[in-house]
Design a protein around this ligand. Sequence first.
Ligand code: CO
Length: 216
Amino acid sequence: MSDNPLANLFANNKAWSESMHAENPEFFSRLVNQQSPEYLWIGCSDSRVPANQIIGLAPGEVFVHRNIGNVVVHTDLNALSVIHYAVEMLRVKHILVVGHYGCGGVKAALYDNRTGLTDNWLRHVQDVRDRHDAIIAAIEDANERVNRLCELNAMQQVVNVCQTSVLREAWARGQSVTVHGWCYSLENGLINDLKVSANSREEAMERYRDAVEAMR
Ligand code: CO
């Protein structure tokens, strides 16, 4: 027996590689030569929200960016680079901004729970909370309050994506790319479409306003 504490991962990997190859002998050689995903997934780092599995896509089919609380900030060079590469190089057709109910980051932001360094990152979610103070305060159940902020946060991040120079320039040159806002349920594995899909910055703002209005 190996004393490598990660031996099980290498064993899993070997078995996976073999089964993929058995299923389709060209699987890896095809992916080596190019990736042409139609989707960019921007989601939470939470281990229970794996992009590919949830939407049933194979390697090569979805470009992924994840961080705590699925936040898109205009000064985040990492997120902006991913969006830029996805839109300009890979020419994805859809950007999926995916929050999830029961998000620990959103919960910490909502209740001002101190977590250390992450507090600074979650300030962005607190901005969303403060903007929609009345909607959240009107909800009595603590978990529902968190879940509502999970939705509002994902909706805000859709607007943020639509306001990036990358999307504005893509739309200005007539490129077809739609930004969507979803919220995933850990309880039943289903995605809730937040109905804020947009093909322009103006549409994003309009959809966002309508969706917020519907929550009042
Ligand atoms: Co989360």
